[in-house]
Design a protein around this ligand. Structure first.
Ligand code: COA
Length: 147
């Protein structure tokens, strides 16, 4: 499996993968819009058939990177793919100093992943997410120093 840069041509596959991972997924047009903007970039982890097992999307405004989303297909999880994706891609932005992300307070798997890589808690955003059933959920803001 290998790391590849994704473009708007991959938007359909990205939307399908997002749908398999989130309650309120982003659609193909949303990914196309992001990937046609100059500060957004995406990397995927692909298998030998070029199927995308997982991807992430960054907004890079030096000296800060924001991780906008990351997801791995369910049958590829717990194989270290998200960790490799994150660790290998943040290194590409040598002029950046810090990576930020927001994660739902109850997403314990993702919080474990980020903590495992070295992200630390940088605050809480109250009622940041509105769920399809009307509930609100806090986001945890996390940061990773890239120095
Ligand atoms: C969160 C997610 C991206 C993790 O991807 P992954 O490829 O399975 O993660 P990795 O295999 O690289 O995990 C690395 C480490 O993170 C932690 N971790 C990852 N998923 C975990 C889980 N579900 N529960 C507990 N710890 C977890 C573990 O410490 C793991 O190391 P270990 O397997 O040696 O114990 C994946 O579960 C996913 O796509 N979830 C749905 C989308 C999502 O929630 N994205 C994050 C939004 S902020």
């Amino acid at each position: 499996m290998s790391l590849v840069a994704l473009t708007s041509h991959h938007a359909q596959a990205m939307a399908a993968l997002h749908k398999a991972s989130f309650d309120s997924p982003w659609d193909e047009d949303t990914f196309k819009t992001f990937l046609n903007l100059p500060t957004y970039c995406s990397f995927g982890w692909v298998d030998e058939d070029l199927e995308i097992a997982g991807f992430l999307l960054f907004n890079v405004i030096s000296p800060e990177i924001e991780l906008c989303t990351i997801c791995i297909l369910p049958n590829f999880r717990r194989q270290g793919i998200a960790r490799k994706l994150l660790q290998q891609t943040v290194k590409k932005f040598s002029d950046c100093e810090v990576c930020f992300l927001e994660v739902a307070e109850n997403n314990t798997g993702a919080i474990a992943l980020y903590s495992n890589i070295g992200f630390t808690n940088a605050g809480v955003r109250k009622n940041y997410y509105k769920r399809s059933d009307g509930r609100y959920e806090n986001a945890v803001l996390m940061r990773l120093s890239l120095d």
